[in-house]
Design a protein around this ligand. Structure first.
Ligand code: VGL
Ligand code: ZN
Length: 204
C-alpha cells in the first residue's frame, strides 16, 4: 500500500489568533491527527516567507490587504505579513501530531513570487521537491487536507492532478479564507471539475 497524506499549511498564522486566520482553521487539526493512522506516508507543506515577501501589503507604501498588484508579471493579491521564516506564526500548530511527518516542503521562500501550491511557485517555474519525492516513493495518488481551501489547497490539488496523481480531498479537513463569500465552494467545484475526488474523513 502506498497511501500518502499531504498536510497543507497547518500553521499558527492560518488558525484563530494568527496573522492570516482562516475561519475555523484550527478544526482541521484533530481531523488530521485522527486519520494519520490510515496512511502509509505523511508529508506536510509549510508557507515560509522572507520578511520582505512581495505578497505582503506592508512592502508597498499604498498597499492594502486585498489589493491586487502585478508581482513580476503575475497577478498577486496582497496579504498581511504571515508565515515569516522562523516566526511563531510560521510554526506548525502545536497540537498537530508531527511524529509521522516524513518530510516538510517549504514554499514562498522567494520574495519575488508567491507559492500557493505545494508543488510549484505561482509562475510554475521552481519546484519544491514534492513531486520528485512522491515519484521516487512510487506514490501515484495523494489525499490532501489543510489550509486554505481557496488558495493553497486548490493550487496544490490542481497541480497534483496536472502532474497525473489521483487526488482525494477531505471535505471536512479543509477550510477557506473566503475573502469573497463562495470562494471556498467555488474552489471545491474547480477541484472536482478537474478530477479530484471529494471524500469524507469517516470514509477513509
Ligand atoms: C495561503 C494565502 C497566502 C494558504 C498562503 O496557505 O492558503 N494563503 N499564503
Ligand atoms: Zn503565504
Amino acid at each position: 500500500m502506498n497511501k500518502t497524506l499531504v498536510l497543507v499549511d497547518i500553521q499558527n498564522d492560518f488558525v484563530s489568533g494568527g496573522a492570516l486566520a482562516v475561519p475555523q482553521g484550527e478544526l482541521v487539526v484533530p481531523i488530521a491527527n485522527r486519520i494519520m493512522g490510515r496512511f502509509d506516508r505523511i508529508v506536510a507543506t509549510q508557507d515560509w516567507h522572507p520578511a520582505n515577501h512581495g505578497s505582503f501589503a506592508s512592502q508597498y507604501p499604498e498597499g492594502q490587504v486585498g489589493d491586487f498588484i502585478d508581482l513580476n508579471g503575475i497577478q498577486q493579491i496582497l496579504w498581511p505579513d504571515h508565515c515569516v521564516q522562523h516566526s511563531e506564526g510560521a510554526a506548525f500548530v502545536a497540537e498537530l501530531d508531527m511524529a509521522r511527518v516524513e518530510r516538510v516542503f517549504q514554499k514562498g521562500t522567494d520574495s519575488g513570487v508567491d507559492s500557493y501550491s505545494g508543488f510549484f511557485d505561482n509562475g510554475h517555474r521552481l519546484a519544491t521537491g514534492l513531486d520528485e519525492f512522491l515519484t521516487d516513493a512510487g506514490v501515484t495518488g495523494i489525499t490532501v487536507m489543510g489550509l486554505a481551501t481557496d488558495y493553497c489547497i486548490k493550487a496544490t490539488v490542481l497541480d497534483a492532478l496536472q502532474l497525473g496523481y489521483a487526488v482525494d480531498v477531505i471535505l471536512e479537513g479543509v477550510r477557506g479564507v473566503e475573502g469573497q463569500t463562495g470562494d471556498a465552494a467555488n474552489a471545491i467545484e474547480a477541484m472536482a471539475d478537474a478530477g479530484a475526488n471529494m471524500v469524507h474523513a469517516a470514509d477513509l
